[in-house]
Design a protein around this ligand. Structure first.
Ligand code: 9EZ
Length: 531
């Protein structure tokens, strides 16, 4: 899928490198400051893409009100200011740039860890107040202390690497990083339960998800050594702020370095005013380098997507990432074509139908996700407004369409990379429509519709009409005569072969823009479409 993006609105003061690169690639770019939701909707009518940092709120109303919008890009990591669920439903891609902030976030974490070890902020403000207190600010070395890193992604690893240079022992936990991988970047991987008891410092580097909300809690703090210090440069909410305040007051926690807060800016200032807290207003990624890097990354990702290159940084493409990749386009196109061929079988009864997808052959089996994504688009187009690869899955779920995937393993799939059969059963179970197709090279080809088989396969391209004949011996003659009378010049007319006495199908392929045929006496027009 190469994205058709021509006009881009850049908000929130994204570094100018972004606009420069987009313009170099031939896109029309308008830069604007922060806009209200209403101003944004009005302005966006003329744009295909919106790029933001964290200031602009891209709400459901924005997606409802901007039909032209195809992509929202976030220069940075968090997408809390974007309603990604609404985006997906409207088929709008949400993209971020997770890599560009890594070094800045890791460095800022190290800044807070080192500052905590010497009570830097309190000592500094004491001196600025005219005092010269030395015994009140006895620090502790980092050398030989244990740092626990929770979340061993890009940022956690960089923190581990840097703090190892101070001679800290680094332990860590992450559900998807093995002990072996952790050892390679100098971290002793533990189970989460075994993290707390020997940690002198704990730093969190996870997204805010149900498993990490209040990861630092009254319970986990109580398992720590007295005097543990806590750092959060990741997301507000990973640390339970009430529990942290209580632990600071009791002395269980000796200090905290906080760059992020559950509410930003915080309205309850008890935590930030606590003398043992060193805090900054969400500055983790706030460096010239990181801002330039995320701006350039976002521009490069958009240029890649627009020019048919790989689609990178998509956050709302779960399950369709493969389908969005240009390399898999033939499989998606085949799925779409088969979905379109199935859709008349639905009538108006799309709710709660069942779609079975059965592949034969390894290549088809490996592309089931692409076939499924394409099939849903083809099937649902015309049943729920505009549908694309992103919006088809949530729409199908909403309509209660049940999709099952399986593999046909018996027999030899034959040459040509195998086949895919899609079978649609209506909610009442009364009607079943089945279609089988394959790829000839990159060309979607129909092999079977209902139970009518096409010996040579029907090339699914251009303007096509499918007729169901009633068994009358003159049906084919009548069709050819009608085509001639309509001055149509078909590129092919293919009749299915009879197997089980099923209704025969006539497939006609016409050049684009050829006239439509009227209903005929002995054939029923099943479907007319442009592939
Ligand atoms: C949870 C996690 C890390 C974590 C990180 C990610 C799904 N998930 N879970 C608890 N990406 C540390 C502690």
């Amino acid at each position: 899928m190469s994205l058709d993006i021509r006009r881009v609105l850049v908000a929130d003061g994204i570094s100018s490198e972004c606009s420069d690169r987009l313009r170099q690639a031939g896109l029309k770019v308008t830069e604007t400051g922060k806009l209200s939701v209403d101003q944004l909707i009005e302005m966006l009518q003329g744009y295909d893409a919106l790029l933001v940092r964290s200031a602009t709120q891209v709400t459901g109303a924005v997606f409802d009100g901007c039909r032209r919008l195809k992509l929202v890009g976030r220069a940075g990591t968090g997408t809390d200011n974007i309603d990604t669920q609404a985006a997906t439903k409207h088929g709008v891609i949400v993209m971020n740039t997770p890599g560009g902030n890594t070094v800045s976030a890791a460095e800022h974490t190290c800044v807070l860890i080192t500052a905590l070890s010497r009570q830097l902020a309190a000592a500094c403000s004491s001196l600025k107040d005219g005092h010269w207190k030395r015994s009140a600010f006895v620090g502790s070395e980092l050398y030989g202390k244990t740092l626990a890193v929770l979340g061993l992604g890009r940022i956690g690893r960089q923190v581990a690497h840097r703090m190892s240079a101070f001679g800290m022992k680094v332990t860590g936990y992450d559900p998807i990083v093995t002990a072996e991988a952790a050892r390679q970047f100098g971290v002793e991987k533990r189970e989460l339960d075994d993290i707390w008891s020997d940690a002198d410092y704990i730093t969190v580097h996870t997204p805010l998800i149900p498993q990490t909300k209040r990861l630092i809690s009254a319970d986990s703090l109580s398992r720590c050594k007295r005097g543990v210090r806590v750092v959060n440069v990741a997301r507000g909410g990973i640390v339970d702020e009430a529990a942290l305040l209580a632990a600071l007051e009791s002395g269980q926690c000796a200090g905290a370095g906080l760059d992020v807060f559950a509410e930003e800016p915080p309205t309850d200032l008890r935590l930030v005013r606590h003398p043992a807290v060193i805090c900054t207003p969400h500055l983790g990624a706030n460096t010239g380098e990181a801002q330039r890097r995320v701006a350039v990354e976002l521009a490069e990702q958009i240029v890649s997507a627009v020019t048919g290159g790989p689609l990178e940084g998509v956050v709302n493409g779960a399950g369709v990432t493969d389908a969005l990749s240009p390399a898999n386009k033939p499989y998606v196109t085949l799925g779409k074509a088969l979905g379109v061929l199935l859709s008349p079988g639905l009538g108006t009864q799309v709710d709660k139908c069942q779609l079975q997808i059965i592949t034969a052959g390894r290549e088809m089996a490996e592309r089931q996700a692409c076939l499924r994504a394409g099939l849903l688009v083809g099937l649902l187009t015309g049943h729920g407004g505009e549908v694309n690869l992103l919006s088809a899955a949530p729409l199908a779920a909403e309509l209660g369409v049940a999709v099952s995937l399986s593999e046909h393993t018996a027999g030899d799939p034959g040459a040509g990379g195998g086949t895919v059969t899609a079978r649609l059963t209506t909610a009442d179970g009364a009607d079943t429509t089945a279609v089988t197709g394959t790829l000839r090279g990159e060309q979607a080809t129909l092999l079977e519709l209902y139970e009518a088989q096409f010996e040579t396969g029907v090339t699914l391209q251009g303007r096509m009409m499918f007729f169901q004949e009633d068994g009358h011996p003159n049906a084919l003659v009548e069709l050819i005569t009608a085509l001639a009378a309509a001055d149509a010049r078909p590129m092919s007319v293919l009749a299915s072969v009879s197997t089980s006495g099923a209704t025969q199908i006539l497939a006609v392929r016409l050049p684009q823009g050829q006239p439509q045929l009227q209903q005929l006496d002995h054939t029923k027009l099943y479907l007319q479409t442009d592939f």
